[in-house]
Design a binder for this molecule. Sequence first.
Ligand SMILES: Nc1ncnc2c1ncn2[C@@H]1O[C@H](COP(=O)(O)OP(=O)(O)OP(=O)(O)O)[C@@H](O)[C@H]1O
Length: 200
Amino acid sequence: MHVTLRELGHRFGSGSPLFEGVSATLEPGRVYALTGPSGSGKSTLLGMLAGWITPTAGEVVREDVERVGWVFQNPHGVARRSALDHVVLPLIARGSTRSDAETSARALLARFGLGPAADRPFRALSGGEAQRLMLARGIATAPDLLLVDEPTAQLDQRTSAVVSDTLSRIATDGVIIVVATHDARTRDACTDLIDLGAPT
Ligand SMILES: Nc1ncnc2c1ncn2[C@@H]1O[C@H](COP(=O)(O)OP(=O)(O)OP(=O)(O)O)[C@@H](O)[C@H]1O
């Protein structure tokens, strides 16, 4: 399984190109930081990876990618349900028993520094904890391709540093992960870089 970007470029209508000539091969187990200033087209490129947007130049070739997951910049959960439940439910949906799902979910939560928060309701999580929970849940849904849009955009500097540091543990066998970010610390937590640079 992999995703190939071939000489990818895009412009909306008759506007100037957002980016041009972007080529890369995305492999499972790697975490790609997608960087560039505001307006350079990061969200647009994520939409292309998901298949929502057709590029005006070049192509995105997805081989054996069946499931695409998203983590958005605003954490979204069920107020009264525990952090643990948010990770357990997708595991059960994939066929785990409740007890296997709980074991795996606790391990995933620990990986994102949320061990102590596992039994707290979603509404009692801080913004940074909630965002880390979304990352854990994103992995629990077992996508082939996980698209993460600006995971630290809504967070203060200290909290975003913690989220970035846990992102360095997000790499997962069999999953291609792409993280759109303008945060240097988030970028450094990733294994690879796709830089869109300034809008052309
Ligand atoms: N459907 C659309 N039609 C026309 N212009 C669009 C459309 N979607 C995005 N744009 C424009 O394309 C440019 C790139 O947008 P995009 O959201 O991809 O950038 P970004 O790098 O993710 O920015 P940010 O970091 O601010 O989120 C922006 O100027 C935006 O206004």
